[in-house]
Design a binder for this molecule. Structure first.
Ligand code: SF4
Length: 333
């Protein structure tokens, strides 16, 4: 029986990687932006796509140990490794999976996204050896299903994860039917998203936003019709909306970062942001905050009434500290 909210996500069983993501427990690992494909709907940003860069959650990193540090900051229960195509960085990919398992135990759940283009038996053997738990294929072409078939002979869970593209209904149906016949563990169908990089090519095809902030018109409807059509088949089908990624996955991950690494003077909000106050003072305020510059202190908003001029800032809690609002409060006015 299908469960969930059609505006957010509908499923009949969730893969382990999705369960942990829903709880905000997955570190998002971007291992490389390089990819042999160039899909017109690719959501990866211009700063990342085609470049050999790494990101831990939202922050660019230079070393594999930065991923371990970020995993500690959020007390991660696992990691989802994406790209580009991570297989193009197979050396550091396998090294990182091994690092995770050695540092946090074999229970630290690692899932991986790939198109399958570069997946060979040797690659799969290496991934199994280092302890990969789950592999998700995005078969851009039907030819890439050969890689999925190879993966089914290994110990990790094998699934398919594809965007729901309204004019590719027949292709999607063939992929789902293939997956059902071959016995993949799950099939995730994601709402197609308009992003800064893909909106022009999607607009040319006639696609417009309709669902949430970024969901493409007709994408959710197609995904839900496929879930209903294949509901009785022996496969775990799941639809994930763009709203879900934002409202649930990112927010719960931010709440988790706040819980485990916010400073004592930073107040968390239910939206997954932090609020702090910036004040000028020549006194030592280290009991209620932290010095951030000459005569400048970051303190808890709870003490702001003691100061004549306060700047209240609201930020994302990840390492980028993206500022959402900044408000000057002058208690003398
Ligand atoms: S395979 Fe994935 S990362 Fe590569 S171009 Fe297509 S959508 Fe983008």
């Amino acid at each position: 029986m299908l469960r969930g909210n059609p505006d957010i996500g509908v499923y009949n069983a969730l893969p382990r990687g999705c369960e942990l993501c829903r709880l905000g427990g997955k570190l998002v690992v971007y291992i490389t932006g390089e990819c042999g494909d160039n899909c017109y709907y690719c959501p990866v940003s211009t700063e990342r796509f085609g470049k050999d860069v790494m990101y831990a959650n939202e922050a660019e990193v230079k070393s594999l140990y930065d991923f371990i540090y970020e995993a500690y900051r959020m007390n991660a229960a696992g990691a989802g490794i994406t790209g580009g195509d991570p297989i193009l960085a197979i050396g550091r990919l396998t090294k990182l999976i091994r690092l995770f398992k050695d540092e946090f135990s074999s229970d630290f759940h690692v899932h991986l996204y790939t198109s399958g283009r570069y997946v060979t038996n040797d690659v799969l053997r290496e991934l199994e050896r280092v302890g990969l738990d789950e592999i998700r294929f995005h078969p851009v072409k039907e030819d890439y299903l050969k890689a999925v078939e190879k993966a089914l002979k290994f110990r990790f869970d094998v699934g398919i994860e594809v965007p729901s593209i309204p004019h590719e209904k027949e292709f999607l149906e063939r992929i789902v039917e293939w997956g059902v016949k071959k016995g993949v563990k799950f099939i995730n169908i994601n709402e197609l998203e308009l992003t800064e990089r893909n909106y022009q090519s999607l607009n040319v095809q006639g696609y417009r936003v309709s669902h949430g902030l970024t969901g493409v018109k007709g994408s959710a409807e197609l995904a839900l019709s496929l879930l209903r059509k294949y509901e009785s088949k022996n496969v775990a089908l799941h639809y994930c909306s763009s709203v879900y990624k934002d409202v649930v996955e990112t927010r719960t991950r931010f709440l988790r970062i706040i819980k485990y690494s916010a400073k004592p003077y930073e107040n968390g909000t239910p939206e997954g942001t932090i609020v702090r106050a910036i004040v000028k003072s020549n006194s030592d305020l280290s009991d209620i905050g932290e010095k951030i510059g000459e005569g400048m202190w970051s303190i808890s908003p709870d003490f702001s009434s003691h100061f004549s001029e306060v700047v209240l800032v609201e930020e994302h809690p990840d390492q980028r500290r993206l500022r959402i609002t900044e408000k000057l409060i002058n208690s003398k006015t």
